[in-house]
Design a protein around this ligand. Sequence first.
Ligand SMILES: *[C@@H]1O[C@H](CO)[C@@H](O)[C@H](O)[C@H]1NC(C)=O
Ligand SMILES: *[C@@H]1O[C@H](CO)[C@@H](O)[C@H](O)[C@H]1NC(C)=O
Ligand SMILES: *[C@@H]1O[C@H](CO)[C@@H](O)[C@H](O)[C@H]1NC(C)=O
Length: 311
Amino acid sequence: MSWDLRRTIISFLCLFFKLHSFCNGEFEIKVPSAPLVAIHGHSTVLSCTFPVNGAFDLGSSVITWQRHLEVVHSFYHSRDQLDLQSRRYASRTSLYHSELERGNASLRLDRTTPEDAGEYTCAISTLTGSQKKSFPVKIAAFYTEPHLQVSTSPQSVELKLTSRGYPAPKVRWLDATGAELSNGTQTQLLTDTQGLYVVSSSLTQERGANSTLTFLLWNKDLHQEIRREFSLLAEAAIVLRDESRSALYALLPVAILTVLGILGIILFLKKSRCFPGPDSTATREENTSLKTAPQSSEQEQKLKNGATVLY
Ligand SMILES: *[C@@H]1O[C@H](CO)[C@@H](O)[C@H](O)[C@H]1NC(C)=O
Ligand SMILES: *[C@@H]1O[C@H](CO)[C@@H](O)[C@H](O)[C@H]1NC(C)=O
Ligand SMILES: *[C@@H]1O[C@H](CO)[C@@H](O)[C@H](O)[C@H]1NC(C)=O
């Protein structure tokens, strides 16, 4: 077979089977083609593989992982070399040593935090070739079960939901028809000590009407949606409660007179030594009036699906 014919056949096979690295003598490493999303606090594997073609010499291979200019991990002379490793990555990185001869230079990164996000570069140099490639790493955390706080004032009722996650979420409130509510809503984003976001979103509505409201939170990196529905019921009971409170105020002078009268009798009985000890009638009276006039109008709870709020 002539040399030209052999070359033609090989080129054809190469084109047909796309055996690039073998045919062109190219040394092509592989890293993730899409951004890698790692979960905050967990381990993640930064994937990087290289061709070995049956000829791999560990001693003459150099593997370096970097984030921008920071050294994340390096390996040469057949072992991990961590002298130049950035302190941020200390005791958090490891290569799979038994996988190296198979061309797998993936790096495990433990206990990820939002600070680990960035462009990572895998650089490989072996006897058969060398190359480096980069890919972005994002850190994300699922938003937690929202915490609901309801506050009422004589004019309005406020729902406030708080949740924690990463990255910054998109938060919306919808009315019963599915239209977005922008009036009366307020969203605040804070950062906690771990670098995660604490989002608080509140919606204030005027009192007196029944309404159905939906809270929506979207975490784009994790495709996480939190949807919670609230039914605000302006019950007739509220009117009763207000009436009972004003009735209480009307009765207050009578109650005070009664208490004073009882105290007078107690004192009189004590003086005349016919009574054994202090009586708790007065205290009991106070407790009862405390119960009928609630001190706090705030309720708090964790949410699974939503809530019905009677106010
Ligand atoms: C490389 O090794 C790690 C650890 O065993 C494994 O999770 C990963 O899937 C391997 N990658 C490839 C491309 O085989
Ligand atoms: C928002 O509220 C203000 C005052 O409460 C009102 O004047 C305005 O019309 C409202 N806008 C919308 C779009 O509902
Ligand atoms: C709200 O709903 C409750 C129960 O469905 C009903 O009894 C009440 O009359 C409604 N109030 C208003 C203001 O629509």
